[in-house]
Ligand binder design. Structure first.
Ligand code: SAM
Ligand code: GLN
Length: 294
């Protein structure tokens, strides 16, 4: 039984939660305690410091206890809050969506670089995001490209509902459409840019993933089959057929997968213009291929 936080000061509750998280082997104990208190009190991190002497109410205590209990069982902060920032955009999450990762911003960066490398098309830029989850990659691109229009697919209707809500919240809904289908199967028309962060974890390695991923991210967002490459074998040829001349495919890849994906791209006739782009940890994370004019 833990002591109730009700009647304690915000500072006291912060210390108490931090201590509990530390003894629960949570590396980010200090920060997590501040974030959860801030979420319950409706304050940002500086607001929590400024409110140090105010007392926690019984209702706040109950919500904090629930958060603390779930955090100590391994639930990620983003799942507890129900939202996560990606490319500076606040995105809602649901149990059907992967928590978008900072690594995935490498895909957005490489896509923008590849677009800038050729003259803009004489029509409105058309983008497809295959396996959109929360909508992270497409919405980041639409926020950077004010004239672009995008279509996002996912096999999960629940994920598409969340992605669509995110488009509305960000004021991007008029330039985005959401389609339930297997990878790019329902798409037609040429696209200037196709992006994807498909499932790429080897099936046998899922059991070894950190609990925050394995137990909370949706299985079908992670499982890439025996060698992790099943999704690419379907979507790279599909995408190659859907690209406009000079159109670009940019995909996220797992560790040591970039060479295999580059081979899949060249086998479909796409040209590798630049090396895979590394993420902040130095891992080759995003691979791009361009369709050349005949
Ligand atoms: N794009 C999001 C991001 O980067 O945060 C989500 C990426 S998550 C790794 C992969 C996504 O692909 C999940 O949303 C999953 O539901 C979707 N997916 C899995 N299999 C699929 C399929 N056969 N067709 C379409 N989408 C699929
Ligand atoms: N980047 C995720 C992880 O390693 C996996 C996402 C994916 O399969 N595309 O947890």
């Amino acid at each position: 039984m833990t002591e109730s936080l009700a009647g304690q000061t915000v500072e006291g509750a912060r210390r108490s939660l931090t201590a509990r998280f530390k003894s629960g082997q949570i590396d980010s104990a200090e920060l997590d305690a501040r974030i959860l208190i801030g979420a319950v009190l409706g304050l940002d991190l500086t607001g929590v410091i400024a409110a140090a002497n105010r007392l926690i109410t019984p209702g706040e205590s109950e919500r904090l206890e629930d958060f603390a209990h779930r955090r100590l069982k391994g639930e990620p902060i983003a799942r507890l809050l129900g939202h996560k920032e990606f490319w500076g955009l606040p995105l809602l999450l649901s149990p059907a969506t992967l928590v978008p990762r900072p690594d995935t911003e490498t895909v957005v960066e490489l896509a923008l670089e590849m677009l800038r490398a050729v003259p803009p098309p004489d029509h409105r830029l058309r983008i497809a995001d295959i396996g959109t989850g929360s909508g992270a990659i497409l919405l980041a691109l639409l926020s950077e490209l004010p004239d672009a229009f995008g279509i996002a697919t996912d096999v999960s209707v629940a994920a598409l509902r969340t992605a669509s809500a995110n488009a509305v919240n960000l004021g991007l809904a008029r330039r985005a459409a959401f389609v339930a289908c297997d990878y790019a199967a329902a798409l037609s028309n040429p696209f200037d840019l196709i992006v994807s962060n498909p499932p790429y974890i080897r099936s046998t390695e899922i059991a070894e993933l950190a609990s925050e991923v394995r137990d909370y991210d949706p299985h079908r967002a992670l499982d890439g089959g025996t060698d992790g490459l099943d999704a690419y074998r379907v979507l790279v040829p599909q995408a190659a057929r859907l690209l406009a001349h000079r159109g670009v495919l940019v995909v996220e890849v797992g560790q040591r997968q970039s060479g295999d994906i580059e081979e899949l791209m060249t086998a479909t006739g796409l040209m590798l213009e630049r090396p895979a782009k590394t993420d902040l940890a130095g891992i080759r994370r995003a691979v791009a291929g361009r369709r050349l004019p005949p």
